[in-house]
Design a protein around this ligand. Structure first.
Ligand code: ADP
Length: 605
């Protein structure tokens, strides 16, 4: 028996490991099982190259819990270690980075997956164990088995061991404060999380708990639709079927494989939800992929596997990493290509799925120039008839009728088919086409499109009276017969101002024709849009500004004409105003109640 000291420059590493990494304690199992898997990959490799000539036997990792003995054992039939190797690897190498680790940890000040990031691997065992025993028999011919024991101090002992077959057992004597890991359920959950797709069979409670050949490691040509669908179910058993998927597969200039799924997304997205799982050589690392995948693609689901994504660094570093940037660009390009391909091959199918994917396409277009360039070709615009157009198609469709006097193309839209019906009907009645923009990113999308397209304006149907939506050169209507004197105009305005009871809305007179409504409320495009965008962007001062509303009084309507040169009837004025508010969906509460009572009273008369 030999005793010695573990070479660490910082003696108090164990307490640090134990305390500071408490939140990620469970990853000890990932580290030890990964080591066991590596040991098996190594022996396979030696066998392939002919360096190892004996039987490979059963290649597997087994995890077992002994509640009475208070141990967890991780066994493998891998390459094994000689006494020299145990000393070299477990005593020295694992700690070569200890000093750096502590320094970085203190700088980063970040909780989290530090052990994994800094490659302390084997030593994470001490997060849950106060004594660790390793029994190993190397694959090398004629060597003796070895037993290494460490009780969490910097002292270890090493002696002749008893293991009879090639491989390694790591036995954790679980400490008093970690007894939760002596429950099989707990261990199974951890294995499910981290070991589900490890490339070597993992046995636990007489079962193989993993799928060693997940589809992302296979060639796309070997796979059928149903393979992708089944794999999706395996990853997200409770989710609806995905719409489509992309198989990622590159070797150069970085190595990346994976399958990304487009889920059904409606309006209830939660960008914070972690949907994509990141693996490194089939070991689950994290589902926080925010730096690697552009924001708008965070809505996708699936798997990315890359040994080239640095796992051992802090987040701010990740941002500047050239590989990470390249990976993110690659994913963006693949997603764009895939969507364009579906659009070109089967436009009908693409249109059917548009409702589900439009949020993330638009989000991508707004936030990523490169993606936008490509997406312009397949992003769709839906009109009130339910027909879909690309932007180019649409511009052509409306050019004849919706070009204003300044040669601007006016794209009319509604954000709610039901609420804005009165304005939609009136625009359609005027021969215009109206688009539907009812998604949560549409405000920003419209703004972005408008800024980047020359001579195109987006105008919501209720932003003005229908005659002014697409201003034309000859506004001859103004030359009508009914010209009010200044005094008559002022009187009308005054009557309605009084009825507003303190609302700061602007009053306008307009000659809209006797068939149009007597009073309408319009909401000027610019102010409304600014305010709505601010409410998404969190700019409080904008959100608190009053709504900008115009009260347009149609002086050609008989009801309004009836008021001219007469004593006003306050009830009628109020009624007209309420009807206008109703048309804008603004009549609620006490005002709505008052309106109903007044209307009934008027009907009774
Ligand atoms: P890393 O895995 O990052 O190299 P570890 O501390 O986890 O760091 O392990 C140190 C070394 O110990 C490994 O590189 C490997 O050579 C050896 N080792 C650990 N576990 C085993 C095992 N189960 N079988 C064979 N060798 C092992």
């Amino acid at each position: 028996m030999e005793k010695g000291n573990i070479s660490v420059s910082t003696e108090n590493i164990f307490p640090i490991i134990k305390r500071s990494l408490y939140s990620e304690q469970e990853i000890f199992l990932r580290e030890l099982v990964s080591n066991a898997v590596d040991a098996i990959q190594k022996i396979k490799h030696l066998s392939r190259t002919g360096e190892f000539k004996a039987e490979l036997g059963d290649l597997k990792v087994s995890v077992a819990v002994d509640k009475e003995a208070k141990t967890i054992t991780i066994s493998d039939t891998g390459i094994g270690m000689t006494a020299e190797e145990v000393k070299k690897y477990l005593n020295v190498v694992a700690f070569s980075g200890a000093e750096e680790f502590i320094k970085k940890y203190q700088e980063a000040g970040e909780q989290g997956d530090i052990i994994g990031k800094f490659g302390l691997g084997f030593y994470s065992a001490f997060m849950v164990a106060d004594k660790v025993e390793v029994n190993s028999l190397s694959h090398q011919e004629g060597v003796e088995a070895v037993r290494w024991i460490n009780d969490g101090s910097i002292e270890y002992s090493i002696e002749k061991g008893e293991r009879e077959s090639r491989g390694t057992d790591v036995i954790l004597h679980v400490s008093e404060d970690a007894t939760e890991y002596l429950e099989n359920v707990r261990i199974r959950n951890i294995l499910d999380k981290y070991a589900k797709f490890l490339p070597v069979e993992i046995h636990f409670e007489d079962e193989v708990i993993n799928n060693p050949n997940p589809i992302w490691r296979k060639a796309p040509s070997e796979l059928e639709d149903k393979d992708y669908q089944e794999f999706f179910k395996e990853l997200y058993p409770f989710d609806q079927e995905p719409l489509f998927w992309i198989h990622l597969n590159v070797d150069f200039p970085f190595n990346l494989t994976g399958v990304l799924y487009f889920p059904k997304i409606r309006n209830d997205i939660d960008p914070k939800r972690n949907n994509i799982k990141l693996f490194s050589r089939q070991v689950f690392i994290t589902d926080e992929v925010n730096q690697i995948v552009p924001d708008y693609l965070m809505l996708l689901q699936g798997v990315i596997d890359s040994p080239d994504i640095p796992l051992n660094v802090s987040r701010s570093y990740l941002q500047g990493d050239p590989n990470v940037k390249k990976i993110s660009n690659y994913i963006t390009r693949k997603v764009g290509d895939k969507l364009l391909e579906i659009f070109r091959e089967d436009r009908g199918k693409f249109e059917e799925k548009w409702k589900d994917i439009n949020i993330f396409v638009k989000y991508g277009m707004v936030t990523d120039e490169k993606f936008k360039e490509k997406a312009q070709k397949f992003a769709l615009y839906q009109n009130m008839d339910g027909n879909y157009f690309t932007f180019d198609e649409y511009k052509e469709k409306i050019a004849g009728n919706q070009t204003d006097k300044d040669e601007n193309l006016v794209v009319l839209y509604a954000t709610n088919k039901e609420d804005q019906d009165i304005f939609i009907s009136s625009a359609l009645g005027n021969g215009y086409d109206v688009l539907l923009f009812d998604g949560i990113v549409d405000n920003h999308f419209i703004d972005n499109m408008e800024r980047q397209s020359e001579k195109v304006r987006f105008v919501r149907v209720d932003s003005d009276t229908v005659d002014k939506l697409v201003p034309k050169e000859d506004d001859s209507k103004d030359e009508g017969e009914l010209v009010l004197t200044e005094e008559q105009e002022n009187k009308l305005k005054e009557v309605f101002t009084n009825a507003l009871e303190g609302k700061t809305w602007a009053i306008q007179l307009g000659k809209l024709g006797s068939e149009q409504l007597p009073v309408m409320l319009t909401r000027p495009e610019f102010m409304r849009r600014m305010k709505e965008m601010a409410s998404v962007g969190g700019q409080d001062f904008m959100r608190e500004m009053p709504d900008s509303v115009n009260v347009v009084i149609n002086t050609e309507h008989p009801l309004v004409q009836g008021m001219i040169d007469k004593d006003e009837d306050p009830e009628l004025v109020r009624e007209l105003l309420d009807l206008a508010m109703l048309g804008q969906g603004m009549l609620t509460g006490k005002e709505l109640t008052g309106f109903i009572h007044r209307s009934i009273k008027m009907l009774n008369k």
